[in-house]
Design a binder for this molecule. Structure first.
Ligand SMILES: Cc1cc2nc3c(=O)[nH]c(=O)nc-3n(C[C@H](O)[C@H](O)[C@H](O)COP(=O)(O)O)c2cc1C
Length: 378
């Protein structure tokens, strides 16, 4: 294929794969697409290990890294008071709610004290200071792109990336965000519609992509949100995008990090089984509807906290829930969930990640042929 991003990023197919799993990133890159590793879950040391592994498995082919740098976070995290300040800012009623929830669903409690400290460390990484460490680790590797979600990338990220000759991408959910990102120096805009998995706005991909393309031209745009097939990839290019950026579709691949009970739920889910909820991170994120999302909206819920405090409350709990769900505990299975978009309804079989790439390319070619038949060309 031949779009602006194929030439610019040295790839065969303009298909970018966001994943927290290094195996998916390497598989997509090796299949002719562009894998992007989500770094938010990693400590700087662990990220270093993951990137070294990717370097060893892609033979110099291009890949990227995504860090999460939220524009707005909870005041307790802005103060820079470290782990203790973050932990102290979580009200007792949130821990009590969790204890009650585990009892209600008959799930053994995790070691909350240990989980609290480890998740506070995780929460600290979604502050500007925390993200900076991840950016430094990433830029020391031969990456072909650095991306940021949830806000304008910090000037330091743009400056350091530009100095290293590495293009910067940013996810946007409105044309206004896109304008701000380009003014901040972003080279590639990912227009992510509200049907996407993870943090998302409300404008659908079909409406957002042409709006953003017109707003930021000539800066190239990738379409994201709801894309899991080659037909949708063809539609995205027709809307003016130079390629696509997919996240959900990798979650049911053989390589994915998804826990087996959640994978089962994803394969069975329809496009109506997701919800935008603040219950995992404190910001609206699309995820699988489950007893977890229902309980956080229920009458006993204290209501989710802001980011990153809600991550401290939720991530240790979800880790325990997913672990216990693997042993067949029915309550844990009811609560288990993960970030996923509406295209979960199109994800019905487990395949290797490279096969997803090849299937999308083939489906894309069929779609183009159908369009050519409509116009009498080709
Ligand atoms: C499990 C999961 C985790 C995600 N985490 C992040 C993240 O940390 N940073 C980010 O920029 N985007 C994240 N996203 C959003 C993806 O980058 C991508 O924009 C989105 O998945 C595209 O829509 P789709 O899910 O319909 O493919 C995540 C998506 C999923 C499904």
């Amino acid at each position: 294929m031949n779009t602006e991003v194929c030439a610019r990023f040295g790839i065969e197919f303009p298909l970018f794969a966001f994943s927290h799993c290094r195996d998916v990133v390497a598989a997509v890159t090796n299949a002719g697409g562009f894998g992007v590793l989500g770094a938010v879950a990693y400590t700087p040391d662990r990220l270093e290990e993951e990137l070294r592994w990717i370097d060893d498995h892609v033979g110099g082919r291009p890949y990227g890294v995504d860090v999460l740098v939220p524009g707005k976070i909870d005041k307790a995290a802005e103060g820079g008071g470290g782990l203790d300040a973050l932990l102290a800012a979580v009200p007792d009623e949130h821990w009590s709610f969790l204890v009650g929830l585990f009892a209600k669903y008959d799930v053994p409690l995790p070691d909350f004290e240990k989980a609290r400290r480890s998740d506070a460390r995780g929460g600290a990484r979604v502050t500007k200071e925390g993200a900076t460490e991840l950016i430094d680790v990433s830029l020391a590797h031969p990456i072909g792109l650095i991306a940021s979600a949830l806000g304008t990338p910090p000037p330091l990220m743009v400056e350091r990336a530009k100095a290293a000759g590495i293009p910067v991408a940013a996810l946007v959910g409105t044309p206004e965000h896109a304008r701000r990102q380009v003014a901040a120096g972003v080279d590639l805009v990912v227009a992510q519609g509200g049907e996407a998995g993870g943090h998302t706005g409300e404008i659908s991909t079909m409406v957002l992509v042409p709006e953003v393309v017109d707003t930021v031209a000539p800066v190239p745009v990738l379409a994201a949100g709801g894309i899991a097939t080659g037909r949708q990839m063809a539609a995205a290019l027709a809307l003016g995008a130079s390629g696509v950026w997919c996240g959900s579709v990798w979650l049911t691949t053989e390589e994915a990090e998804t826990s087996p009970p959640v994978k089962e739920k994803l394969l069975a889910a329809t496009s109506r089984d997701t919800i935008r909820s603040r219950s995992r991170t404190g910001k609206p994120a699309r995820q699988l509807r489950s007893a977890w999302t229902r309980e956080w909206e229920g009458p006993d819920s204290p209501g989710p906290l802001g980011m990153p405090l809600q991550m401290i409350v939720a991530e240790g709990a979800m880790r325990q829930i997913n672990k216990v769900a693997e042993s067949g505990n029915p309550g844990a299975r009811a609560l288990a969930n993960y970030f996923v978009g509406q295209c979960v309804g199109l994800m019905n079989t487990v395949k290797p990640a490279r096969q997803v790439v090849y299937d999308m390319v083939e489906d894309f070619a069929d779609a183009v042929e159908r369009l050519n038949a409509v116009t009498g060309t080709g």
